[in-house]
Design a binder for this molecule. Sequence first.
Ligand SMILES: [Zn+2]
Ligand SMILES: [Zn+2]
Ligand SMILES: [Zn+2]
Ligand SMILES: [Zn+2]
Ligand SMILES: [Zn+2]
Length: 529
Amino acid sequence: MGYNLRDRKLLNSRGTYFGSSGSDDESYDSDPDFGTPARRPRTRRSMPRAAGIRIPGSGGENSSGNLTGNMERMWSGLHPRTSEHRRRLIEINRRRKRTFSRVPDVAITKRTVLSWLISMGVVSENEEVWYLDAPWGNILGEGKVTREGIVCMCCSRLVTVGEFEAHAGWKTNKPYQHIVLAESLLSLFDCQIEAWEEKEEEERRKFNHIQPAPKAVDTSDDACMICADGGDLICCDTCPSTFHPKCIFMENLPQGDWLCFYCVCKYCGTARGILNKCSQCDKLYHCKCGGEKLDLMNRASTLFCGKTCKKIYERLERMVGVRNDLEDGLSWTHFQRRGQPWTASCENDEYTRVECNSKIAVAWQVMNECFLSTMDRHTRANIVQSIVYNCGSNFTRINYSGFYTAVLEKGDEMISAASIRVHGKMLAEMPFIGTRGRYRRQGMARVLQNCIESFLCSLKIETLVIPAMDQLTGMWIDKYFFARVEDENLKQALSGYNVVMFPADVVKLHKTLSMRPDLNQAPPEDNED
Ligand SMILES: [Zn+2]
Ligand SMILES: [Zn+2]
Ligand SMILES: [Zn+2]
Ligand SMILES: [Zn+2]
Ligand SMILES: [Zn+2]
């Protein structure tokens, strides 16, 4: 008996999707999570300055230079750098926090980690900060936190976090760990962790676990994985994915069970025996089918289907959080949300992890300004948000775990952000790229686009695909040299990948990547082939 196609009606009519890749789109959607009216901030009593704390330029009646006197008594018994200590500080800060309100998100003019901390209510605007050379050490600089940066007391100028450290005459690569709130002595690094642990941040990064309705007979998806439409679909017998036969170029319906391309070995197409999942391309494979000495190459935690995926993965990971400086004070970096450390990782890793997560939170605010909130019709997953936070799912088509976010910054300020995912040597996708309203029409998206293409080139990725709204298709073709996906061979090749799907009125464009020497920058990548 042959396979019976199942007619699946979509729950909602088409139109809940918002087409992407519109860097010039003018729509503005304020962050609904911060829509509550701000309470009037209560004037906070400033903390009496402890005797013995030396303030640069204050004359220095007491030059012992350490936290002594009241402050020391206050904090004695708290051993620095233990989780218990941090927990107590956070607890104190939480109580304190109730005395001031969050800043409404629409009032944010610059998107920085500081503005995120303020909008999350973890740091109050104009809060006094000190730069300490070591935990509980000397105060080397004084300033006030604003949404735009830190107002440095030594020069009364608005500076970045890194510049504030330089003005304090110190150099570490971890300024957030050395800048503390004068009132609570909680470091900005601790504040980053606290903001990340807030419930609304936690909500944004949750795994999209899609469960069928109770007593549901049919647990398959209602939308084709390739074209997002409903209708007569062939259902995978292992996972909930469904497809139009024509969308996967299937001419004859299979006899009996059928498994989709994410449920079989990518080499032999069967599902017998032990299958491993590649950490880079997310496809399953048999070790023996890989053709290379996969067992020798792979370690237990990260498995790869082959040498190419391993190389791509390692290069992407190595560059996470590494800032690439460009002209005019601009820089670009790619980030990815980092989970809890698996092992007792070193302090460096922890700093990078917290930095990545903070930048992802800021990138989400930028994306949320650029794109309307888009719900998946069937699963109700928030697509843009889940992509920025690289949320996984048991539904392949909304499994966004492999996404990275590339951002363009000027100083500490985030200007543009883009989502990129590499599926393997053949293909990368970029479903979203957006620039904040006040920076549009200044070529910012182009700078970021060039950096991304150049970086993908260095990874030797062959093709980049993007979805484009109809009215922007011309721009992508004329100015960025993309082309419509029309070639049947390419269409067929693309149908084997989990590319973010958009409704039919969004045009799929592609570009063959090649090294262009005139691009703005080349990332510091070695050539080790
Ligand atoms: Zn200064
Ligand atoms: Zn389809
Ligand atoms: Zn499947
Ligand atoms: Zn196989
Ligand atoms: Zn792979």
